[in-house]
Design a protein around this ligand. Structure first.
Ligand code: PMP
Length: 440
């Protein structure tokens, strides 16, 4: 099977083996080789593979109806999932718009914000400030917000240029500030940027509460989050949390926003929300934003597959699984354990410059000098080399060149939220072996 010519293409030609099956945190290829899904795919398979509750729910829904166009029918699974999702959100985030993925969730958030401004008689508000580095998706609209140069630059002429502020890469800072002061310093860059742009032109600010693909589990100092909320409120700017990667329990809370007691105006969810069982995402906002839009004639936006009952039945069973098995608390506990174990690796490998993250959204970064945090030389291709070494040993890691894709190598270690401490031992054993081989 593997040798047959492929008509399929993604980013590049795909040299990977054929996937045969999945079970819990493990995946098996066609030869029977076992892999630990150490990154939950792309931080997606939060409840592991082949979960019986989800499969049963999907089969039951399949026997009834797999698709009902949302303009023709309401469906039980979509209504129930919207209600459950709203119940898990901070107070006030009670309206749910379904989509099929993260980029769609982000674009829907931005268009919702824009239409809200129009209902408020503020057509001059259209700029969405985002951060650099960041990742918000790769459709043209989401890419305009994505601070990740290698993916965005080739399309620059086709993108509406949007203002950016620096993401708080405090682990690179060598100043005498306290963490709290650093958080406030970075937050002030938003205020400065709003003033430069003209506050009346700024519609929204979008951020990943814990960085994902572009920054490698970057967490800002605590002081950052509240100050950003205050600044948005001061200027009447909507705060959009892109929780596509962090949401649905990955950081040890349902939303990462909960760690700082923040209520964003709009939240984008996907990845762990469908957990790999269905292409599913959601844009969640308050009635305060949604009702005026519906009153003014409706949201001028929608995707054909949005809220299809099969995807929503899967999503409901995923939330059941998270709740009944206490998986969000497990993510917090196992995340703390895994983070501590990864931090110990720094004693053994001087080229690990930083270990960071929250819950089970964790990463380590390789550097050539821990004092200056200078990255490894680009030509070394450390990010792909270490990934291949680990892959050969049956551990899947997710890596990217970080710091906006310009330099640096980070590796996300993000197993499914069902991971046990014995399985963390397994991960650490293969990772240590892989790092030894990388260092050799
Ligand atoms: N936002 C964030 C924070 C993401 O991590 C991603 C995917 N890596 C997206 C948006 C885009 O999601 P999708 O690939 O499902 O379109």
């Amino acid at each position: 099977m593997t040798d047959a010519p492929s008509h399929l293409f993604y980013q590049s030609r795909n040299p990977r083996p054929f996937l045969d099956r999945g079970e819990g945190i493990y995946l098996f290829d066609e030869t029977g080789k076992r892999y630990i899904d150490g990154s939950s795919g792309a931080m997606v398979s939060n409840i592991g593979h082949s979960n019986p509750r989800v499969l049963t729910a999907m089969k039951a829904q399949m026997d009834k109806a797999t698709f009902g166009y949302r303009l023709h029918f309401r469906t039980e699974p979509a209504e129930a999932l919207a209600a459950r999702t709203a119940a898990m959100m901070p107070d006030g985030l009670d309206r749910v718009f379904f989509v099929s993925g993260g980029s769609e969730a982000v674009e829907s958030a931005v268009k919702l914000a824009r239409q809200y401004a129009l209902t408020q008689g503020e057509p001059q508000r259209w700029k969405v400030i985002s951060r650099f580095p960041s990742y918000h998706g790769c459709t043209l609209g989401a890419l305009a917000l994505t601070g990740y140069a290698p993916l965005a630059d080739p399309f620059a002429p086709m993108l509406q240029e949007m203002p950016r502020i620096p993401a708080p890469t405090t682990y690179l800072d060598r100043d005498n500030l306290t963490e709290e002061q650093r958080g406030l310093k970075y937050a002030e860059t938003l205020r400065d940027r709003i003033l430069t742009e003209g506050p009346e032109t700024v519609l929204a600010f979008i951020m990943e509460p814990v960085g994902g693909a572009s920054t490698g589990a970057l967490v800002a100092p605590d002081s950052y989050y509240g100050r950003i909320r205050e600044i948005c409120d001061t200027f009447g700017i909507l705060l959009i949390y892109d929780e596509v990667m962090t949401g649905a329990g990955r950081t040890g809370r349902f939303l990462a926003a909960e760690h700082w007691g923040i209520t964003p105006d709009i939240v984008a969810l996907s990845k762990g929300f469908g957990a790999g069982y269905a292409p599913l995402g959601a844009t969640v906002a308050g009635s305060r934003i949604v009702e005026p839009i519906l009153d003014a004639g409706g949201f001028l936006h929608g995707f054909t597959y949005a809220g299809n009952p099969l995807a929503c039945a899967a999503g409901l069973a995923v939330l059941d699984e998270l709740e009944t098995r206490g998986l969000i608390a497990n993510a917090a506990a196992m995340g703390a354990l895994l983070q501590a174990r990864l931090t110990v690796l720094m004693e053994r490998y001087p080229f690990i410059g930083d270990v960071r993250g929250k819950g089970l959204l964790l990463a380590f970064e390789l550097v050539s000098d821990r004092e200056t945090m200078a990255p490894l030389p680009k030509g070394l291709n450390a990010h792909s080399e270490l990934v291949e070494i680990a892959y050969a040993r049956g551990l899947i890691l997710y890596s990217r060149r970080t710091r906006g894709g310009i330099e640096g190598d980070h590796f996300l270690v993000c197993p499914p939220l069902i991971v046990t401490s014995a399985q963390i031992d397994e991960i650490m054993e293969i990772l240590t072996d892989s790092l030894d081989a990388f260092a050799a």
